[in-house]
Design a protein around this ligand. Structure first.
Ligand SMILES: [Zn+2]
Length: 393
């Protein structure tokens, strides 16, 4: 059974962290601004967990959901609302219609707050409790804030979610229903400034990035996203040639890469699928073409979950190391593809349906072969969109 108020227990297999760019080893601790050496050089970089004596089996059989992977995560026990164990569904009719060997959808909308962010919030909230924080805070475009607010409520932690006026009424209600404080600011930069100030001035535990240029979200939390890769390996083995990932700052694509990397090191798969970032205007694609990753890449979109003008090093590394890439999608086409997915039985948020749009582009330009099997990560449920967002269907 999952426990909303489980005592926190660090995994004794966790030996520390290391920088994903310069490989510097760091003791177990909180690195809200990523690797100190890379920060000092002006190129902020996230850190990854390091473990010893990882088990040979992928998961335990005496637990359910994400808890089955407790040996592979920084905490052995955490505040849980039943996250993980989402469906992995084969859509042969959709694959035939699109003209590709196989399409598998990982339905992360089945998580407690309706998005993949729950795998992160469970561990982030647990870390905050473990270090004695009384308040946790995050900058959010919607799903991350709704998820964190829910888990903070379950943990008995005070919570502040910093948003802009663009926040949807659906997410506004989801956040305020938990009793969390909702703070609205002018723009994304103000969100990060305020979050950084709150951490320094009031001691609230920052769950998300506040740096410019940014790093990934909390390094204890995003470890939970590796379990998406573990579940894909359990369900698909070596079947997957490519995975399409809705991406803003790259927590998910990085963790997928790191999870697949661990699975390959453990002999569970022979290869890492190519990871393709799906974005609403060129950001990572420009970086792959030679632009510096710490630049600004503004654009406009109604796909709120993958909006933003920045690129993180972790996203760059995941795409390069997996030999994947970045694909840009148009909002109007995504709206059509969301309806198309629904007609096949998959109700996905627009930002998640963007993976189908991205796949069509990658097939058309030959980057993904017609004889390949791909996974689309449906990061969030279709109920998260609202009618005014995109106009009439
Ligand atoms: Zn570093």
């Amino acid at each position: 059974m999952n426990q909303a108020g489980t005592p926190c227990a660090l995994n004794d297999r966790l030996t520390g962290f290391s920088c994903i760019r310069c490989k510097t080893k760091l003791p177990i601790g909180d690195y809200f601004e990523g690797c100190p050496a890379c920060l000092a050089s002006g190129q902020p970089s996230s850190v990854r967990s390091e473990y010893q004596d990882l088990p040979t089996a992928i998961s335990r059989f005496d637990a359910r959901g994400m808890a089955r992977f407790a040996d592979w995560l920084p905490y052995s026990a955490w505040v849980s609302l039943g996250e993980g164990a989402t469906s992995c569904v084969n859509f042969p009719a959709l694959a035939a219609e699109v003209g590709v060997k196989g399409i598998i959808v990982k339905n992360e909308g089945q998580n407690p707050s309706g998005s993949h962010k729950d795998r992160v919030s469970s561990l982030t909230v647990t870390r905050a409790l473990d270090v004695g924080a009384k308040r946790i805070a995050a900058a959010s475009s919607g799903n991350g804030g709704a998820s964190l607010a829910l888990y903070a409520a379950a943990a008995g932690l005070d919570c502040s979610i910093i948003v802009t006026a663009a926040l949807s009424p659906i997410h506004r209600r989801a956040i305020t229903q938990t009793g969390a404080e909702l703070i609205s600011v002018e723009d994304a930069l103000d969100r990060w400034r305020l979050l950084g100030d709150m951490g320094k001035e009031t001691g609230s535990f920052p769950a998300t990035n506040y740096l410019i240029p940014p790093v990934g979200s909390n390094h204890f939390g995003i470890e939970g996203l590796k379990t998406v890769a573990y579940e894909l390996v359990e369900d698909c083995g070596d079947e997957l040639d490519a995975v399409l990932v809705p991406t803003s700052r790259g927590d998910l694509v990085w963790s997928l890469y790191d999870g697949f990397r661990q699975m390959m090191a453990g002999g569970h798969i022979a290869r890492i699928p190519r990871l393709y970032v799906v974005e609403p205007f060129p950001r990572l694609r420009k970086v792959m073409q030679g632009f510096a990753p710490n630049g600004s890449f503004p654009g406009k979109t109604s796909l709120f979950s993958i909006d933003g003008f920045t690129v993180t090093y972790q996203a760059v590394e995941a795409v390069r190391a997996s030999k994947g890439g970045a694909v840009v999608v148009e909002d109007a086409t995504v709206v059509q593809d969301a309806a198309r997915l629904a007609r096949h039985g998959c109700y996905a948020e627009l930002s998640a349906a963007a993976t189908l749009t991205g796949l069509e582009t990658l097939l058309a330009n030959g980057t993904v072969g017609r004889d390949e099997t791909v996974a689309l990560i449906s990061t969030s449920n279709g109920y998260k969109d609202w009618p005014d967002q995109v106009g009439p269907a």
